[in-house]
Write a protein that binds this ligand. Structure first.
Ligand code: BMA
Length: 837
């Protein structure tokens, strides 16, 4: 016995005495950068970007203000050097493995350690990781990165191909496509270490990845396979334990044999009586947090956290008399998707911190959305984005990062893309929020409808080759990769499936309907151009005057100022807004009035679309407007501007996305009141309706009970317009309808003439303040109609729970805001509303 004991001590000694504790540390502080090797270095922020480092060192003017953009292009065309001094203690070198990992390098870069080259990186979407133990020495070590300009690198690729691609340089460069300039974004290519960098030292074994595969799901049980990828130095037995962190329950324990190298240990386990993951508005997004503990007899052990949401998703496409349905079933229940398209939160994505993501997702939840589309011209979002979507029940339509051009088909490009796909699919596949993978944004649409063949004079052979490359990438390679790494998830090759100019676009698949805006069709067209799943449609609205002041860098900005124009990236943006505006609104008095009216115009247009889409359920099962947010202080289609201020549309959307809404339509001589419900159960409601003059005279009213059936669209009331308005002046009366259990600002209003024909005049608004738990309540009242009131406090970023609604005459409207206001603040509360000259 003693012999065995001594023997085993001797056997384990070399391992146990020298076994180091695995450690991971981030290389965040201490980076420097310079323009060339000789120049003095300045402090750099990592993760970051060259533009922010230059700005942080006060070496350039703010790229976001005025028209500095042009003057700062040299930065993207220069070579930049980043450096890090790594002080290595002897202790670190005792570890068997030391790995250096860059989660993201933007883009063409050479990384060396102590002058030995370790990577030549060429894809901002990939992770770059390698062993560096052999290159390290005790004491001072230098990590150097040389970033080559995209323009130089891309040129050699462009020259290799004998025909041009519509995206020019950008088609060849695996870097966020919008950074090349987009119709809502500036052109700042830049470079940098845009995601975290870390060193991991480990010994014996290392868990590389855990893939949680949900097998079967019933009310009683959800069965899983955890596919645990472990790197091991030796052939060895390991114990693997899966623990539910919340309950402490051991879900499964198993001993597995590892061989030297990479191992996949598949462990089955069952969750009994599973709590399901639901999206916002349909239930709770229940999550399970597990810990996977792997340990061997040499005292090597690792605890790997992994979270899952238990749910079943199916994309249904069933032929019907008109075409083919296209909708998502979550846990067996059809989901009417309500959401928006999200673009990167910052042109230099490293600058968007977790609080920016938290604020955004909070707004998304508050606005009753259940899905976001991560648009293919941006980035595979950061982990925090998906974690927040998981925890808040926000489904994600995930595009791969290809947009608005065709791409090369050579093997170097394709292999680079394959590595990118593997990195990102494996990083994201455990997130329950991801509802589908989509190949690209508007690449198929562009090829079929944007006349590239003519514009670039492609020969028939070139055309065939380009289309063949397209099909290879988006219809073979990518689906194969999805199938290999995330086989349970649905893959959809391109969004939209058919371009909006073709009638088939409304019969099946998802649609981007741009007849309004790009096609100059009136907002009314939204009522008939309804597809199965509206994944894009939109209209620009200017950000608030305060935001325009900041972006222009002037106190009295005008639309014609170069500083303002530089923030409007659509070549005819202002003209299009103006044209639509003239149809409906009286001419703006000044730029500030133009801003205000542009917001109302946008809000009205998007409301028309959302109501039409929701009323068309189940034919149409999704509505996602373009776009939710901005990546810089720009003038765009967004609902929330870069500074976080909501435009009018965002307040409207919140109400239009509630599970149960009222719509009012005037069809010929009839007013139609309709109720749309996305609720799973029958709900009893009361609707109050009235017809009144702008100065408060009641002409007609009615209250009706309604039984709102699950997932329904029902006409609940109709009345002849003539019968109720009689001889009243149509330009000074309104019809209002609202649920009796909802706030007054939610009451829907209907007018009988265009906005510009309404008799709207300056009014007196009385305001009082009451304290509330979270801040204050403003009590607002006017004896005459206040149309689209916008309340502001010193122009600050103060959140009012609602804004831009109509205030009916003689009624008091309580308005909650998130700051404490006192009586003496009242003169600082400013109102804007619609007045016609
Ligand atoms: C959509 C998007 C973007 C674009 C937007 C507005 O189709 O996919 O490419 O910014 O239109 O034009």
């Amino acid at each position: 016995m003693l012999k065995i004991f001594i023997y085993s001590i001797l056997f384990f000694l070399p391992f146990s005495v020298f076994a180091q504790k695995d450690t991971t540390f981030a290389l965040t502080h201490g980076w420097t950068f310079s323009l060339n090797k000789e120049q003095k270095s300045c402090n750099a922020t990592v993760p970051g970007s060259i533009y922010n480092d230059l700005l942080g060192n006060e070496l350039i003017s703010d790229p976001f203000t005025g028209n500095h953009e042009q003057a700062l292009q040299w930065i993207s065309d220069s070579v930049w050097y980043y450096k890090y001094t790594l002080v290595v203690e002897e202790r670190l070198l005792l570890n068997q493995h030391i790995e250096l990992e860059f989660e993201g390098l933007d883009t063409y870069s050479e990384v060396s350690i102590n002058d030995s080259l370790i990577f030549v990186a060429n894809n901002a979407f990939r992770t770059w990781k390698t062993e560096i133990k052999k290159l390290l020495r005790p004491g001072i070590n230098e990590i150097k990165i040389k970033f080559e300009p995209v323009s130089k690198k891309a040129k050699s690729e462009v020259d290799k191909l004998k025909y041009p691609l519509p995206g020019g340089d950008r088609s060849f460069v695996r870097k966020p496509q919008f950074q090349f300039g987009w119709d809502f974004a500036p052109r700042f290519l830049g470079c940098g270490i845009w995601k975290p960098v870390k060193i991991t030292a480990w010994n014996g074994l290392k868990v590389q990845d855990v893939y949680m595969i949900q097998n079967n799901l019933s009310e009683k049980a959800a069965s899983f396979t955890a596919d645990i990828e472990i790197k091991s130095d030796v052939t060895n037995d390991v114990s693997i334990v899966i623990i539910d962190k919340d309950t402490g329950k051991q879900m499964m324990s198993s001993v597995r044999k590892l061989v030297k190298g990479t191992n996949h240990c598949k462990i089955d386990f069952v969750v009994e009586n599973p709590r399901l993951w639901w999206c916002n508005g349909m239930g709770k997004p229940e999550m399970y947090d597990f810990e996977i503990k792997v340990s061997d007899r040499y005292l090597h052990s690792e605890v790997y956290p992994v979270s899952v949401g238990i749910r079943k998703t199916e994309w249904v496409q069933e032929p019907d008399s008109l075409g083919k349905s296209f909708y998502l079933k979550l846990n067996g229940v059809p989901v009417f998707v309500k959401g928006s398209n999200v673009v990167p939160l910052h042109v230099f994505p490293a600058k968007a911190d977790s609080s920016a993501y938290k604020r955004l997702i909070k707004t998304v939840v508050d606005c009753n959305m259940n899905m976001l589309r991560v648009w293919g011209g941006g980035i595979y979002e950061k982990d925090i984005f998906y974690e927040l979507c998981d925890r808040n029940g926000i489904l994600v339509w995930q595009d791969f990062m290809f947009a608005g051009t065709v791409y090369p088909g050579d093997s170097v490009f394709v292999n680079n893309v394959k590595a990118e796909l593997k990195d990102n699919i494996t990083r994201l596949r455990n997130h329950p929020c991801i509802a589908l993978w989509c190949g690209n944004n508007e690449v198929s649409e562009g090829w079929h409808n944007w006349e590239w063949q003519k514009q670039y004079k492609y020969s028939l052979t070139d055309s065939l080759k380009i289309w063949n490359d397209y099909q290879d990438l988006f219809e073979k390679i990518i689906p194969q990769m999805v199938n290999r790494y995330d086989s349970a998830r649905f893959y959809w090759p391109s969004s939209p499936s058919v371009g909006w100019g073709r009638k088939e676009s409304l019969l099946s698949g998802d649609s981007h309907y741009w007849g309004v805006w790009w096609g100059n069709e009136p907002f009314e067209a939204y009522k008939s151009k309804i597809g199965r799943f509206m994944s894009e449609y939109g209209f620009q609205g200017l950000p608030s005057y305060k935001s325009v002041q900041t972006m222009a860098g002037t106190l009295k900005p005008e639309m014609s100022d170069e500083e303002v124009k530089n923030h409007q990236k659509h070549p005819a943006g202002f003209e299009i807004i103006y044209k639509y505006l003239q149809n409906d609104y009286s001419p703006p008095a000044d730029f500030s009035d133009f801003i205000y009216k542009s917001q109302l115009l946008q809000a009205g247009g998007i409301t028309t679309a959302i109501e039409a889409h929701r009323k068309a359920r189940p034919y149409c099962m999704g509505t996602m407007y373009w776009q939710l947010n901005d990546c810089w202080p720009g003038i765009s289609w967004s609902g929330i501007d870069f500074y976080g201020r909501r435009k009018a549309v965002q307040y409207f959307v919140k109400k239009e996305f509630k599970n149960i809404i009222i719509t009012i339509d005037e069809v010929q001589d009839t007013l139609l009141i309709c109720v749309v419900s996305d609720e799973a159960k029958t709900i009893q409601k009361k609707i109050k309706m009235k017809l009144m003059t702008f100065d408060g005279k009641l002409l007609w009213d009615k209250e009706i009970p309604v039984e709102v059936k699950p997932w329904s669209v029902s006409d609940v009331y109709k009345v002849s317009v003539k019968e109720i308005i009689k001889k009243s002046d149509k330009s000074s009366i309104l019809f209002a309808a609202g649920f009796s259990d909802e706030p007054k600002s939610y009451i829907k209003t209907h007018y009988f003439v265009k906005n510009k024909e309404l008799k709207l005049k300056p009014v007196e608004i009385s305001a009082n303040i009451e304290e509330s738990k979270e801040g204050s309540v403003l009590l607002l009242k006017s004896e005459y109609l206040v149309k689209n009131i916008s309340v502001n406090f010193k122009g600050e970023n103060m959140e009012f729970e609602d804004n831009y609604y109509d205030m009916l005459p003689g009624e008091t409207y309580p308005l909650h805001c998130n700051k404490k206001l006192i009586k003496s603040d009242l003169p600082e509360v400013k109102f804007n509303y619609l007045v016609n000259p």
